[in-house]
Design a protein around this ligand. Structure first.
Ligand SMILES: *Cc1c(COP(=O)(O)O)cnc(C)c1O
Length: 398
């Protein structure tokens, strides 16, 4: 029998042990955590909507109107008016004919890919895709092929050499642990040339990128012709919970009829859909949140550059500091904690071996003063040595 205690001890020794922290109170720059007040830079609540009064009020009204539980799956009797309206609003927001709610982004990815791809097909994924896209490829039982990060040329060659019946290119829009944006125009060209489907998971782009918050597709001016399958999540920039897939009528009807993680799960509470509707209105009406976020990103990058910290090439609120060694990343995260700053150390297997990092995320809810406090703390705990370790790590990055 598997020796769980020994495996856990080995993880601990390698700096790979994972522990949870308990948070009291809502998300925001200041968190109460295990009795301490911490300044947090690790939430995906990029626009500061998770604790917005209008979103909270919508959730409460939703509970008054619909109660709490949805009662059943969407195809039984769990599909409420609130879900329906949110789907229509998400379709309009993404400028697509239809949108379909899923309970989580993980399930949306599993659902889409396992419904569309199967034995005899080919799934092509960026090496740094989110775990849920990789698991989706595995679950589909299609042949899974991974191309080097952001490398549309290699992808093009792989597609050219493939004998698969149907070909699917899957990519994060914004890479969750690196913060860079996928080269979507080049991926779309490769897809067109080889008659492949292109699916973009825009969990970290939606609400954040593009003038209207339309995400990485709006950022590049791409539409449904170039990217027929768009997946977005509602628990990050939108500050709520859940996910959706947006595309054409046939795609959505096909998913409703065949996507198992859609069919065999209880619909999310309708009140949550009401909350998301409120946050979607704020995403569209309050462009200042994106502008403020961009200003904070510039401030952070300028300051980090002056400190000689090793930033990654990211234009988004995900601003990781590459450390390399997992135990060292953990040590730095704990040193920051001692200064009252919460940043999680991201370690393998979430990121490739030798590329452990501090994943710093910024939010429109942060103030300039808070970003300056972060820079001061980083300056104190991450001396120059930090960039040496990172240099060593670079050679091992795929
Ligand atoms: C968070 C995330 C998901 C999963 O979404 P959930 O709604 O949290 O399940 C999927 N893809 C990417 C790129 C993500 O960052």
């Amino acid at each position: 029998m598997k020796n769980l205690a020994a495996e856990l001890a080995a993880r601990e020794a390698a700096g790979l042990y994972r522990r949870r922290r308990t948070i009291d109170g809502p998300q925001g720059p200041l968190l109460r955590c295990d009795g301490h007040e911490l300044l947090s830079f690790c939430s995906n609540d990029y626009l500061g909507l998770a604790n917005h009064p209008e979103v909270i009020a919508a959730l409460k009204r939703g509970a008054d109107e619909y109660g709490v539980g949805s009662g059943a799956a969407h195809l039984v009797n769990g599909h409420s008016r609130a879900h329906q309206q949110l789907e229509e609003e998400l379709a309009a927001f993404t400028r697509r004919p239809r949108a379909l709610l899923f309970s989580t982004g993980y399930m949306a990815n599993l659902g889409v890919v396992s419904a569309l791809a199967g034995v005899g097909d080919g799934v092509f994924e960026d090496r740094l895709n989110h775990a849920s896209l990789l698991d989706a490829g595995l679950l589909s039982r299609a042949r899974l092929s991974r191309y080097p990060h952001g490398d549309a040329n290699t992808l093009d060659k792989k597609l050219g050499g493939s004998k698969a019946k149907e070909k699917f290119i899957l990519t994060d829009g914004v890479f969750s642990m690196d913060g860079d944006i996928a080269p979507l125009p080049a991926l779309a060209l490769a897809a067109e040339k080889h008659d492949a489907w292109l699916m973009v998971d825009d969990a970290h782009g939606l609400g954040v990128l593009g003038h209207n918050g339309g995400g990485s597709l709006e950022h590049f001016g791409l539409g449904i012709e170039e990217v027929p399958i768009l997946m977005g999540t509602l628990g990050k920039g939108l500050g709520s919970f859940g996910a959706f897939v947006a595309g054409g009528d046939h795609l959505i009807e096909y998913l409703i009829n065949t996507a198992r993680p859609y069919i065999y799960t209880t619909a999310t509470p309708p009140a949550v859909a009401e909350a998301t509707r409120a946050s979607l209105r704020l995403v569209q009406s309050e462009g200042w949140r994106r502008e403020k976020l961009q200003a904070l990103i510039r401030r952070f990058r300028d300051g980090a550059g002056q400190l000689g910290l090793r930033l990654m090439d990211s234009p988004t609120p995900i601003q990781p500091l590459l450390i390399g060694d997992a135990a060292e990343a953990l040590r730095l995260s704990e040193a920051l904690l001692a200064q009252g700053i919460l940043i999680s150390a991201i370690r393998p297997p979430t990121v490739p071996e030798g590329t452990a990092r501090l994943r710093i995320t910024l939010s429109a809810a942060h103030s300039e003063t808070q970003v300056d406090r972060l820079l001061d703390a980083l300056g104190a705990v991450c001396p120059r040595k930090n960039s040496r370790t990172a240099e060593g790590a670079e050679g091992t990055k795929p």
